[in-house]
Design a binder for this molecule. Structure first.
Ligand code: AMP
Length: 170
């Protein structure tokens, strides 16, 4: 199934000059959800996964669905101030300013095999910060997978050394 028709471009959101890739049409269609999950699972092949780490917030839509299929747990990487228990943080550069992601300290065990998932890979800063959080806790990153990669923003280069897979490239 071609999932491209289920991704909608919204011009100038959240700010001027950005083309926002809106996945709500995909989320509204049960067959598209099933096909997206199947295709994301196919990307992993027969690699073993203990934990799926989903990135706030659109990594939370498919992350738990993938975890259930992989017989793995799900762990959220969250924006500051959302996680209630002891946590670690990584702050990373944006085009203007910085952003921070956090993960619970007890979310992973040393040696856990981790799949990182989000909807879109753009510049790669967010995914790179998530990789750092996972590695600080001793997790082994097996793959980072995305519904979409925006090739022109060169996120894959920022994530050199990691296996990066996606369903759609723009
Ligand atoms: P980046 O750190 O630049 O790779 O940005 C990735 C994060 O921002 C992901 O969590 C995406 O959900 C979001 N994001 C970045 N660019 C877009 C876009 N054009 N459309 C939708 N989400 C985006």
């Amino acid at each position: 199934m071609n999932l491209r028709p289920y991704i909608r471009d919204i011009l100038d959101f959240p700010s001027e000059g950005i083309v926002f890739k809106d996945i709500t049409p995909l989320l509204k269609d049960p067959e598209a959800i099933r096909q997206a999950v199947d295709a994301l699972i196919d990307l992993i092949g027969n690699q073993e996964i203990d934990i799926v780490v989903g990135i706030e917030s659109r990594g939370f839509f498919f992350g738990p669905l993938l975890a259930a299929r992989l017989n793995a747990g799900f762990v959220p990487a969250r924006k500051p101030g959302k996680l209630p228990a002891k946590k670690i943080s990584v702050t990373y550069e944006l085009e203007y300013g910085t952003d921070t992601l956090e993960i619970h300290k007890d979310a992973l065990q040393v040696g856990d095999k981790v799949l990182i998932h989000d909807d879109v890979l753009a510049t790669g800063g967010t995914a790179k910060a998530t990789c750092e959080l996972v590695e600080q806790l001793g997790g082994e990153i097996v793959q980072c997978n995305f519904l979409m990669v925006l090739d022109f923003l060169k996120g894959v280069e920022k994530l050199k050394g990691y296996e990066i897979r996606s369903l759609i490239n723009y």
